[in-house]
Write a protein that binds this ligand. Structure first.
Ligand code: RIB
Length: 326
């Protein structure tokens, strides 16, 4: 592989001169510049990106930290980020935090050491002090991190309320909620939206709320237990679409017809909800647009500009499909 020394020898200049030409820093006279550029071309020299990162303290890479790429919401989210960044000449490093603050801190430390130019983070556990110490341009996606960090989010509580009201609107009488992970603010806010609607109804008990942890299989298991305990339930709001798929599976295993015996609504609007039978009604997030706009904002920060609007709220859309068509 051609090295910077080969280029210097070929152009009959010093390595330092070649470095100045390649990194466009410091004075080089026009003739010398042309000689070096000709040598780079003839030898097909590709600057070592790690060396360039060390020299320029930038790597043209962006880190994105999400909780769990196996949850089908996050690949759609990452796609919006990566499609925008690659057009701007940045590559993306993807990390799974598993909602673990220690893992988040580890990844942020490594990104700093690799001179990552900016980070997009999905987290509600990152400590402000640690984030500030990172001193890397950063944008929050899907969840707020702190009030000074630009965030691209939706209104989870309002979404929870709309989802629950929809079930009553289609004639459900007893509505339960499959909640996401307790430590995730989005789960809590969607649950609050559900409680806002069911609070005070004479049939409501705390046992109408169970945790599905944002996962399909666990949601199927806890839904079966819930429906065996409360066969009167005729509507379920699942805190995300992955859990709504699990609820569908539980209904099938109990020979319940959807939506006739049990209406189901999810949250996210991932493509999978169009593939189930029946198709799932859901509160759809503008996942691609929200993540693309977060990536755009991060480039703005990397260019040294400021972003005045910190919280950027995106609209939810109620997609009415077969699983609630009663
Ligand atoms: O499905 C994964 C969930 O985690 C989504 O609802 C998204 O909001 C993220 O917080």
């Amino acid at each position: 592989m051609t090295t910077i020394k080969d280029v210097a020898h070929h152009a009959e200049v010093s390595v330092a001169t070649v470095s100045r030409v390649i990194n466009r820093n410091g004075y080089v006279n026009e003739d010398t510049r042309k000689k070096v550029e000709a040598a780079v071309e003839e030898l097909n020299y590709k600057p070592n990106s790690v060396a360039r990162s060390l020299f320029k303290k930038q790597s043209k890479t962006i880190g994105i930290i999400v909780p769990d790429i196996t949850n089908p919401y996050f690949p759609e989210l990452v796609r919006g980020v990566e499609d925008y960044l690659i057009k701007k000449g940045f590559t993306t490093i993807l990390c799974n935090s598993d909602e673990d603050p220690e893992k988040e801190r580890l990844y942020l430390d490594v990104m700093k050491q690799k001179y990552v130019d900016g980070v997009i983070i999905v987290s509600n556990m990152a400590e402000r002090e640690f984030i500030d110490e990172c001193d890397i341009p950063m944008v929050a996606l899907d969840r707020n991190v702190h009030q000074e960090m630009p965030a691209f989010v939706i209104d989870n509580r309002d979404g929870g309320r709309v989802a629950t009201e929809h079930l009553f609107d289609v004639g459900c009488k007893r509505v339960a909620h499959i909640k996401g992970p307790d430590q995730v603010i989005n789960s809590e806010e969607r649950y609050e939206g559900y409680i806002e609607v069911v609070n005070g109804r004479d049939w409501f008990q705390d046992s109408f709320v169970v945790s599905g942890n944002f996962e399909q299989k666990q949601a199927a298991q806890v839904t079966k237990q819930l429906l065996n305990k409360h066969p009167e339930i005729d509507g379920i709001f699942a805190g995300n679409d992955a859990m709504a798929v699990g609820v569908l599976k539980a209904a099938e295993s109990l020979n319940l017809k959807v939506p006739e015996d049990l209406a189901i609504i999810g949250f996210d609007g991932i493509d999978l909800t169009e593939m189930t039978s029946p198709e799932l009604t859901t509160l759809s997030q503008p996942i691609y647009q929200m993540s693309r706009d977060a990536a755009k904002a991060l480039i703005t920060l990397i260019e040294g500009k400021t972003i005045k609007q910190k919280e950027n709220l995106f609209p939810l859309q109620l997609l009415k499909r077969q699983s609630t068509k009663r």
